[in-house]
Design a protein around this ligand. Structure first.
Ligand code: ADP
Ligand code: MG
Ligand code: MG
Length: 245
């Protein structure tokens, strides 16, 4: 099935057409990478999906339902989760409390800490992330904090989760842990948008890849059927041999 359909999306800023008729289809349970040079429009596309920008033209369907103008909160409630490079956690609260901040709206003065902890534990287990829910988030490593952020988003049962350059501050071992978590999410049917300029990573974690260039989607391909060299050629619109004769 289709989780996300973006059709003919255009968005201009004063003096620049950031997106020009972009089409993107993301299936349930796939990791769909978005690649493109700096300025190609990746972040603008993501910010539209997150409800931060409104497109000038085009339409969006999430799980088959047409989406009108939405703000970030509405986007979240529609099942669109975002993992940014800057994490959105409260260091003085525990892992369980941070995850639960995402899970439930405030219900009143009574909070059942045991059920919060049980819920947080269950989500971390589902992701195969080995983190104690009673630990203060400020005492965790950056990579563990990222897993808590992911657990927080997953606890809202999203249908689509967008990762924006998630490995930029991770080492090899931590990247491996992240990829395992992303694979778990994929198995559970979540559609994953993976924005990255690290093509080797795209080759490893991606199922399909969409190449953006100058605000247009150039091509969507199965990752199994494309090489990093071809990806670069599509990204820059020229042969590498022309660039480096
Ligand atoms: P990418 O994430 O692929 O690097 P962006 O979506 O950030 O690309 O940017 C696409 C184009 O839109 C660029 O030319 C950028 O300068 C421009 N742009 C993005 N956001 C804004 C903004 N808020 N105001 C003006 N121009 C913007
Ligand atoms: Mg950029
Ligand atoms: Mg960007």
């Amino acid at each position: 099935g289709i989780a996300l359909q973006m059709s003919a999306i255009s968005k201009s800023f004063p003096g620049v057409k950031a997106l020009d008729g972009v089409n993107l289809t993301v299936r349930k349970g796939e990791v769909h990478a978005i690649v493109g040079e700096n300025g190609a429009g990746k972040s603008t596309l993501m910010k539209i999906l997150a409800g931060f920008y409104h497109p000038d033209r085009g339409s969006i369907e999430v799980m088959g339902t047409p989406i009108g103008v939405m703000n970030p909160r509405e986007a979240r409630d529609l099942g669109i989760g975002m993992i940014y490079q800057e994490l959105n956690l409260v260091p003085d609260l525990t892992v369980a409390e941070n995850i639960s901040l995402g899970a439930m709206p405030r219900r009143g003065p009574f909070v059942d800490y045991r059920s919060l902890a049980a819920n947080a534990k269950a989500v971390l287990k589902e992701l195969d992330a080995d983190i104690d829910v009673g630990t203060r988030v400020g005492n965790l490593s950056l990579s563990q904090q990222q897993l808590v952020e992911i657990a927080k988003v997953v606890s809202r049962n999203p249908s689509i989760v967008v990762f924006d350059e998630p490995t930029s501050s991770l080492g090899d071992k931590e990247t491996r842990i992240l990829f395992n978590v992303i694979k778990r999410m994929r198995e559970s049917g979540i559609a994953i948008l993976y924005i990255s300029h690290r093509l080797q990573e795209v080759m490893e974690i991606g199922d399909r890849v969409t190449v953006l260039r100058d605000g247009s989607n150039i091509e969507t391909r199965d990752v199994a059927g494309i090489t990093p060299d071809e990806m670069v050629r599509l990204m820059v619109g020229r042969d590498l041999t022309e660039m480096f004769p």
